[in-house]
Design a protein around this ligand. Structure first.
Ligand SMILES: Cc1cc2nc3c(=O)[nH]c(=O)nc-3n(C[C@H](O)[C@H](O)[C@H](O)COP(=O)(O)OP(=O)(O)OC[C@H]3O[C@@H](n4cnc5c(N)ncnc54)[C@H](O)[C@@H]3O)c2cc1C
Length: 334
């Protein structure tokens, strides 16, 4: 029976790669995940400056519509991996609050990496391993990393990467055309700690008519140190694209000024500030899963960008990718 099980390589330990790996591992499919960073989670990441000072600088929260993700969230809530963020979220236009958004928003605790860490805990993950080339030869996939090390003997390859990185890695395969025609917007993030509490009546705000598109009081999320007033500011996609090559110092000063301007008041002095550039933040559409799976060579693509973007899309795209392999295993058994 073991010979019917394909050996699977998954590139990328973001939420898509990990939900895929988790679902395959649950079904006893042998697999290895390759991740270029030391940590897992990709864009659901937390910058931990010191034990009591951390910032979710990528995904801010996630929402749930699908019952499969909801059942994971229920388990995660019981384990203390996830909590509902009950912060006040508003829309801000020209210094005025123009709306309040009340929907369940979930965050990882103590940081947004918590969900990835939980999915990853029993998986074989090659961390710090950037795959720079993949080849399909004699019905097997061979992966090459930056250090020139080759990983052989995989029957199936799953690419769980942002669209531009998928397009680059699979450039020789027709499936990569879908990826190369999917743009993903950049995002500059500023992480800032204020010496005194910023007096505003919200914990998160979608900002219109500004260089900023979103601001959040990170310290208002459950499980964070609420004694420090820590904020994450995200620039709009347009502003980020226009200022992609600015220095972090310039970005910090421009976005702090934009926040002061958006609320019409001076900001308190800052005890900490830094900037992070996401070259690929969000983007994507809904692509038919059959267009992302090439059975003839054992290749599947997943990631948020194939399923509407966002955490939930990424999670479900990973499950769908795993299902495409499991279906084949079940068919072979029958
Ligand atoms: C600034 C920002 C704000 C966001 N806000 C929200 C939000 O509020 N709500 C929400 O639902 N979503 C939000 N998102 C989107 C959300 O973070 C993503 O949809 C989701 O995390 C994508 O998961 P993924 O697994 O598809 O991709 P990723 O998280 O990008 O995972 C890909 C992984 O592949 C790795 N990798 C890349 N290339 C290689 C290689 N060659 N070899 C090995 N490993 C490689 C990367 O290091 C990464 O870990 C936001 C994203 C950003 C950046």
């Amino acid at each position: 029976m073991a010979s019917l099980k394909p050996k699977v390589a998954i590139i990328g330990a973001g939420i898509a790669g990990l939900s895929c790996a988790y679902h395959l591992a649950e079904n006893d499919i042998p697999l290895t995940v390759f991740e270029k960073s030391k940590g897992v989670g990709g864009r659901t990441s937390t910058r931990r400056v010191e034990p009591s000072l951390s910032f979710d600088h990528g995904a801010q929260y996630f929402t749930v519509r699908n019952p499969i993700l909801q059942s994971f969230v229920n388990t995660w809530e019981n384990l203390g991996v996830v909590s509902e963020w009950k912060g006040r979220i508003v829309k801000l236009n020209n210094k005025e609050i123009t709306g309040t958004e009340i929907i369940p928003r979930y965050v990882g605790t103590p940081g947004m990496t918590a969900m990835a860490a939980d999915l990853a805990k029993n998986l074989e993950i090659m961390r710090g391993t950037k795959i720079i080339e993949v080849k399909h030869s004699s019905n097997q996939w061979i992966l090459l990393d930056e250090a020139g090390i080759a990983y052989n003997g995989f029957d199936h390859l799953i690419a769980a990467l942002p669209a531009p990185q998928t397009a680059e890695l699979l450039a020789n395969h027709p499936i990569s055309k879908i990826a190369s025609s999917t743009p993903m917007a950049p995002c500059w993030a500023v992480l800032v700690g204020f010496e005194n509490k910023l007096e505003v009546p919200w914990d998160g705000a979608f900002i219109h008519e500004s260089a900023l598109s979103w601001v959040a009081r990170n310290s208002s999320k459950p499980g964070r140190d609420a004694t420090k007033d820590c904020w994450v500011l995200h620039a709009s996609a347009e502003w980020s694209a226009h200022h992609l090559e600015d220095t972090p110092e310039l970005v910090i000063s421009q976005l702090l000024e934009a926040y002061a301007c958006a609320i019409g008041q001076n900001l308190p002095a800052q005890f900490y500030k830094t900037a992070h550039r996401w070259r690929y933040s969000i983007g994507g559409s809904f692509i038919n899963p059959t267009d992302l799976h090439d059975e003839s060579i054992g290749l599947t693509i997943c990631g948020d960008w194939v399923n509407g973007g966002r955490f939930e899309g990424a999670f479900l795209s990973g499950i769908t990718a795993a299902e495409s392999i499991l279906k084949k295993v079940i068919t072979l058994k029958d």
